[in-house]
Design a protein around this ligand. Structure first.
Ligand code: HEC
Length: 129
């Protein structure tokens, strides 16, 4: 009788241990899933070096570091927040942005830029302080 009770207690203990082990990997799996989601939500990364090279075509008006008011009209875009640069360039490309009455000039400039080009230029400009 005593032996049976002992076996029952041992079995019980093992069942608990088994449950604890089963819970741990599940929690890990959730953590990995959360990491994957965080990576997917991140915006396209810009390459500042590639952006600097691309910006050579813009330097005639904006200055090599975006430090000039292009044609005496635009804002100084040096140090602009990356998201602000991308938003402006997308607006010009779409023909919907015209802040200083010269949106059509910038539309021609932005027309050939891909989303990656814009992200790269944005990374370059925002890296300048
Ligand atoms: C021919 C001269 C010229 C060139 C070249 C040029 N821009 Fe511009 N840019 C302007 C003018 C003028 C504006 C103001 C447009 C407006 O009225 O909204 C402007 C505006 C901008 C703005 C928004 C600034 C503001 O005041 O809102 C950004 C960002 C910008 N340009 C980026 C670029 C990039 C990147 C390139 C190269 C791919 C480029 N520009 C090439 C003349 C130029």
């Amino acid at each position: 009788m005593k032996k049976v009770l002992l076996t029952a207690i041992l079995a019980c203990g093992m069942a608990f241990a088994g449950e604890a082990n089963a819970t741990a990997p599940a929690a890990d799996a959730n953590a990995t899933k959360a990491d994957a989601n965080a990576t997917a939500a991140a915006p396209a990364k810009g390459d500042a070096e590639a952006g600097k090279a691309k910006f050579a075509a813009c330097a005639g008006c904006h200055g090599q570091q975006g430090e000039k008011q292009a044609l005496g009209k635009s804002e100084v875009i040096k140090g602009w927040d990356a998201a602000k640069v991308v938003e402006a360039l997308k607006g010009y490309k779409a023909g919907t942005r015209n802040v200083h009455g010269m949106g059509s000039t910038m539309k021609g400039q932005a027309a050939a830029l891909s989303d990656q080009d814009m992200a790269n230029i944005a990374a370059y400009l925002s890296s300048l302080k």
